[in-house]
Design a protein around this ligand. Structure first.
Ligand code: NCD
Length: 306
């Protein structure tokens, strides 16, 4: 039985197969409409989410399956003190696959070790968010035709942003990636990540000004300042509007640069950018459904032939 805890759980070849499947689902949705008939997905969300939970649910429903679950730790037995290990043992009796989001780093991993059904990490604290990474990679691959030979800027909250940590991990396996980390001093990328890059001989730079680096980027990954992971509100208020992507900044960018964002957006991308053909963040949300459909089929080992 297979779980998904980190994007590295799949080899580069397996990811290629997954993305090819996602692209086929995009082209032929009807072919997959009954693939999960009679099967159930549990979405166990101990932390707020709209798109991740709903995109999992939409994915399972698109495959003809059903969904059950909770979207708030207070409405689950966690409020009574139940451990995730016990919860997953019980959920294993009710569902065929489970997507779990938890504020504690490593909680989905603990669940997976006790589970009788595949568990998908749908975000654990500030640690990893593998299905967002699959979404990001599928978007880049589908819109750019390749995964490699890019200068990618990651901008905003690089300290607490789990989507950033996951994406860097995954991109490290492709050739020709140069990272540009754009953040205020207080929200710098953690040392354990830059150490890994150094060890792997991957080039990166750390800068504060978004404007200065704009012309060299092929991809710009914007992120929200992660209010819920701050220790005090004062620091959040001071840093929340540090970066705002505006049309004048976009003028400095390449004509085919893509702007990505895991969403939700707060202020970091001006709504004026939404109609710019380089704005890819709403398409990204659509790719998130296709890639989750492909993932569910893969983890449940379901092959659709016609
Ligand atoms: C991200 C997350 O939950 O980490 N959102 C998402 O899954 N689409 C990013 C965020 O909350 O800023």
């Amino acid at each position: 039985m297979r779980h998904l805890m980190s994007p590295l759980d799949f080899s580069v070849k397996e990811l290629d197969d997954l993305f090819n499947l996602a692209n086929d689902i995009e082209k032929n949705p009807k072919k997959y409409a009954h693939a999960c008939e009679g099967l159930k997905m549990a979405t166990c969300f101990y932390e707020p989410s709209t798109r991740t939970r709903l995109s999992f649910e939409a994915a399972m429903l698109n495959l003809g399956g059903s969904v059950l679950g909770f979207s708030d730790a207070n409405s689950s037995s966690a409020a009574k003190g139940e451990s995730v290990s016990d919860t997953i043992r019980v959920i294993s009796c009710y569902a065929d696959i489970c997507a779990m989001r938890h504020p504690k780093e490593g909680a989905p991993m603990v669940a997976a070790s006790k589970s009788r059904i595949p568990v998908i990490n749908a975000g654990d604290g500030g640690h990893q968010h593998p299905t967002q990474t699959l979404t990001d990679l599928l978007t880049i691959r589908s819109m750019k035709g390749r995964l490699g030979d890019f200068t990618i800027g990651l901008c905003g909250d690089l300290k607490f942003g789990r989507t950033v940590h996951s994406l860097i991990n995954a991109l490290m396996r492709y050739e020709g990636i140069h990272f540009v980390f754009i953040s205020p001093e207080e929200l710098k990328i953690p040392d354990y990540i830059t150490e890994k890059l150094k060890e792997a001989g991957i080039t990166y730079e750390e800068v504060i000004s978004l404007e200065d680096v704009m012309p060299k980027l092929d991809l710009l990954y914007m992120t929200r300042v992660q209010r819920e992971r701050f220790f005090n509100e004062e620091d959040y208020v001071r840093l929340k509007d540090f970066y705002i992507l505006t049309p004048d900044k976009m003028e400095k960018a390449k004509t085919d640069m893509l702007v990505l964002h895991p969403l939700p957006r707060v202020n970091e991308i001006s709504v004026e950018i939404d109609d710019d053909p380089r704005a890819a963040y709403f398409k990204q949300a659509q790719y998130g459904v296709y890639v989750r459909m492909a993932l569910i089929l893969t983890l449940l080992d379901i092959q659709v032939t016609e």
